[in-house]
Design a protein around this ligand. Structure first.
Ligand SMILES: O=c1[nH]c(=O)c2[nH]c(=O)[nH]c2[nH]1
Length: 301
C-alpha cells in the first residue's frame, strides 16, 4: 500500500502591483510583488480519492492575494505575508499551514534635477527583497527575510592565498584580486507566536533589511578580504549583533571570476600581475560559498 507522504499546493507567480497615493503631497509610492501561496492540511483525499471538496481552488487563492493586497498594507512584506498566510489557516478549519513567498521588485524613486520625482521610478538591477513566511497552526509564524541578486564588484582589496596545495592545485596565490558576487543574504527571525506578535514587531522589518543591505555593502567595500568565506562571516556577525530578534544569518555568494589575459603575444604587451588592466569576465564555472551563522549556538555543518 502506498500513502501520501507529503503534499502542498497553491498558486505561484501571482504578480501584484499596488500604488499608494498621498492626497496631501501628491506623491505616489508603488510596490510590485510576485507572490506564491502553498497550503497544507487535511487535503489527502483530493489526491487519493479524487475528492475536490477539500480543495480551496488555486484560483480562489489568487483572488485572496488580490483582495488582501487591496484591504491590507503590503509593506513590510513580512507583515503582508503573515496576514495573508494567517487568513488561510483561520478561514478554513482543515488548512493547517500556509507557506507564503513574496519577491518584492525594486522600484526606486527617480531623482530629476536633484529632486525626488513624485511618481516615476527606476527598477534597480536584478535585486529583490524576498520573504518566506510559514504560518503553522499551533506553532506560530516563521519568517525568513532576504536580499537576492545584489551584484557587487571591488577592483582591489581582496586576497586569496595560503590555501591547501596538492597535486590538484593550479591556482596561483594572490594578494590583490578582483572580487565580484551576486549577494543572496537571508536572516531568520525568532519564531513569532502569531499574527499579533508579528504586528507588534512590524516596525523592525524595514530597519533590519536596511541594516543587512548596508552591512553587506560596507563590509564588502571596506574589508581587505582574506577570502569570500572570511568576509561573509564578518557580515553575518555584524547583522546578528545589530538585530537582536534574529536567530541566524545566511549568505550564498557566487565567486564570479575575472581572469587575467596574457597579451605578451602582441608586441610584448604587459597585462599580467601588477600590469593587469584588461581582464576576461567569466560566466562560469564560478565558486559558490555558503554559510549560516547562528547566535550563541554551534552551527550545524
Ligand atoms: O575566496 C575564495 N574562497 C575559495 O574557497 C576559493 N577557491 C578558489 O579557487 N578561489 C577562492 N576564493
Amino acid at each position: 500500500m502506498n500513502s501520501l507522504a507529503a503534499a502542498r499546493y497553491g498558486k505561484d507567480n501571482v504578480r501584484v502591483y499596488k500604488v499608494h497615493r498621498d492626497e496631501k503631497t501628491g506623491e505616489q509610492t508603488v510596490v510590485e510583488m510576485t507572490v506564491c501561496v502553498l497550503l497544507e492540511g487535511d487535503i489527502e483525499t483530493s489526491y487519493t480519492k479524487a475528492d475536490n471538496s477539500v480543495v480551496v481552488a488555486t484560483d480562489s487563492i489568487k483572488n485572496t492575494i488580490y483582495i488582501t493586497a487591496k484591504q491590507q498594507p503590503v509593506t513590510p512584506p513580512e507583515l503582508f505575508g503573515s496576514i495573508l498566510g494567517n487568513h488561510f489557516i483561520e478561514k478554513y478549519s482543515h488548512i493547517h499551514a500556509a507557506h507564503v513567498n513574496i519577491i518584492t521588485h525594486r522600484w526606486v524613486r527617480m531623482d530629476i534635477d536633484g529632486k525626488p520625482h513624485p511618481h516615476s521610478f527606476v527598477k534597480e538591477g536584478g535585486e529583490t527583497r524576498n520573504v518566506q513566511v510559514d504560518v503553522v497552526e499551533g506553532k506560530g509564524i516563521d519568517i525568513n527575510s532576504s536580499i537576492n541578486g545584489l551584484t557587487v564588484l571591488k577592483s582591489t582589496g581582496s586576497q586569496f592565498h595560503s590555501f591547501l596545495r596538492d597535486e590538484f592545485t593550479t591556482l596561483k596565490e594572490t594578494w590583490d584580486r578582483i572580487l565580484s558576487t551576486s549577494v543572496d543574504a537571508s536572516w531568520q527571525w525568532r519564531r513569532f507566536s502569531g499574527l499579533s506578535e508579528v504586528k507588534a514587531n512590524a516596525n523592525k522589518f524595514n530597519p533590519a533589511w536596511e541594516n543587512a543591505r548596508n552591512t553587506t555593502l560596507k563590509t564588502f567595500a571596506e574589508d581587505n578580504s582574506a577570502s569570500v568565506q572570511a568576509t561573509m562571516y564578518k557580515m553575518s556577525e555584524l547583522i546578528l549583533a545589530a538585530v537582536p530578534d534574529l536567530d541566524t544569518v545566511s549568505y550564498a555568494l557566487p565567486n564570479i571570476h575575472y581572469f587575467e589575459i596574457d597579451l605578451s603575444w602582441h608586441k610584448g604587451t604587459k597585462n599580467t600581475g601588477k600590469d593587469a588592466e584588461v581582464y576576461a569576465p567569466q560566466s562560469g564555472p564560478n565558486g559558490l560559498i555558503k554559510c549560516t551563522v547562528a547566535r550563541n549556538q554551534k552551527a550545524k555543518l
